[in-house]
Design a protein around this ligand. Structure first.
Ligand SMILES: O=C(O)CCC(=O)C(=O)O
Ligand SMILES: [Fe+2]
Length: 214
């Protein structure tokens, strides 16, 4: 697509309380990637196992007070990286500022994420349709930032049987879902072979979440 039209993609309400902000993070993309590399130097990307014993195709790491974990013990948040056996890398303050600003665009004014899950998709990696529900704090939204190679995002309703709408998330796109859409089912189709000057053949996704033990 022409660069001018690419820059003009308007924001779209993809569900009640769910807003897609095309290009929103483009000005921060290089800094985000540099920080992701620094985070991954401390807490390396790893392939985690689902509780059912299947290896995820996506590689993950986390920053912030809490990191998302899945293994034979189940899905949960933990405050230490089990690979490096040390606390997760700090969430850079500009990560948090960007996520807070994006959440506010969608009307969520009290967002203060304690966790940032970072997913790395190589070609053919995918994420099956799921809900983000391990946080518990469902009054707070999820803020998602996409970098690199584009991907097909499926977004449905809070019932698994609700119809899925599909959108192409591109480099710098942000999606915020909360309120009536907080528990919406969503997923990412198998990543096609492609190239982005900043990420090569990979796609990165950051999801900012509020988690605290109750
Ligand atoms: O990669 C994405 O855009 C979505 C990731 C996601 O749904 C998750 O990490 O829970
Ligand atoms: Fe998710």
């Amino acid at each position: 697509m022409d660069d001018l039209f690419e820059a003009m993609r308007p924001s779209v309400e993809i569900g009640e309380g769910a807003l897609w902000l095309p290009n929103y993070a483009v000005p921060y993309a290089e800094r985000l990637m540099q920080s992701i590399e620094q985070i991954a130097a401390q807490a390396p990307f790893r392939k985690m196992m689902t509780p059912g014993g299947r290896l995820m195709s996506v590689m993950t790491t986390s920053c912030g007070q809490w990191g998302w974990q899945t293994d034979e013990k189940g899905y949960r948040y933990i405050d230490r990286d089990p690979v490096k056996q040390q606390p997760w890398p700090e969430m850079p303050s500009f990560f948090k500022d960007l996520a807070v600003k994006a959440a506010a665009e969608a009307g969520y004014l009290s967002f203060s994420p304690s966790s940032c899950l970072i997913n790395r998709y190589a070609p053919d990696a995918q994420m099956g349709i799921h809900q983000d529900r391990d946080e518990g704090w469902f009054s707070e939204p999820i803020v998602s930032i996409s970098l690199g190679v584009p991907a097909r995002f499926a977004f449905g309703g809070v019932k698994r049987s609700d119809p899925l709408k599909r959108f192409e998330l591109r480099h710098g796109d942000v999606v915020v879902w909360g309120g009536a859409s907080r528990l919406a089912w969503h997923g990412i189709s198998r990543l096609k072979k492609d190239f982005h000057p900043l990420t090569g053949d990979a796609r990165y996704n950051l999801t900012f979440r509020v988690y605290q033990p109750r």
